[in-house]
Design a protein around this ligand. Sequence first.
Ligand SMILES: C[S@@+](CC[C@H](N)C(=O)[O-])C[C@H]1O[C@@H](n2cnc3c(N)ncnc32)[C@H](O)[C@@H]1O
Length: 370
Amino acid sequence: MKLFVTCIAWVESILNKEIERLKYKILKTSDRYVYCETDDAWIARVNLWSRVGNKVHLELNSWIVNNFDDLFELVSEINWKDYVDSSNPIIVNAVSIKSWLDSIPAIQKTSKKAIVTKITGSKDEYLFEDTNLQPREILIFIEDNECRVLLNTSWEALHKRWYRTSEHEAPIKESLGAALVLLSGWSYKKPLYDFFCWSGTIAIEAALISRNIAPGSLWRKFAFEDFGWYPATHLEEAKKEAEAKSFKDKKYEIIASDIDAYNVDMAKKNAENAWVSDTIKFEMKDFSAYLWAKKLEGTVVSNPPYWLRLDSNNLDKIYKDLAKIFNNNPDLNWGFITSYFDFDNMVNLDPWKKRKLYNWNEKCYFYKKV
Ligand SMILES: C[S@@+](CC[C@H](N)C(=O)[O-])C[C@H]1O[C@@H](n2cnc3c(N)ncnc32)[C@H](O)[C@@H]1O
């Protein structure tokens, strides 16, 4: 059984490690995906445990396609009745990289036609799709003319953990929040600070990581739960195993603050939803209160303001003050994500490096002390 797990750009190496830790055999890691081999019980596990993955797909078939006839044949070889109950809506998405077939709408249309023909037994028949049922999402992924026909086993992207009650303008994806904590080098033994927490994503992900809580075990439903052929016991076992592996009584110090009382309340509510409110200390606080601190230890992981409502003088001040806090506290490790690129030229800091990342579709850098 081969799985194709997608992720946001530039976190592939973290996803690779996650999958290795689950003891899957990695076949390829490339731009925004990890391709691996395992047995079917592990579909549940990777969906439950992946912190930075986007969607977990099961490969149904793969081969070289040089034209649309090849594609039609490849898709038709699959016994679709095994995967699509009579009237599930069928959504076909496609990606094409450096390949002869590069028209996405034509790839989608040909593949859908092949699926419908296989199910109905005729090229002219219409397939009734009941929009009340869960859709089956198929991804046709063609790279260097090698085509993979993939079935989404996750349903909605894994970054949706469902602990955020209300979405606001600038939350980072939960999977990105987890990636930042993992990239920061936080040691768990010392505190983790988020000075600009808003919905609390980074602090909540840090709490889930430190307590070894599988993020998919919180509120999520997965597409595979609706697959008639997939044994329900696999998910039950994976959930039991995850429960046993989580740390119940270890203590961690995670401090999340924000200048806005409403935001702090929202973050508290979200942490309650994720069952980690006892692991995070929330404070309403202007981060500049830390300007007088001299002995801070631990790691700052944060997503400071970078746009719009603040004029650039205010932004400059925030980043200069941040640099002062970092300089005043040599034992403090730090990493923060921003798309305010003036930071590079503005401050004089200990050695740091930056790493490109995307927050939704916006290019950012994660600046990190080395
Ligand atoms: C980009 S948002 C953080 C989003 C957050 N990572 C999330 O996923 O929800 C920046 C936050 O910084 C807060 N903020 C702005 N100025 C601040 C200051 N001086 N001290 C503390 N927080 C501040 C804003 O209220 C806002 O919540």
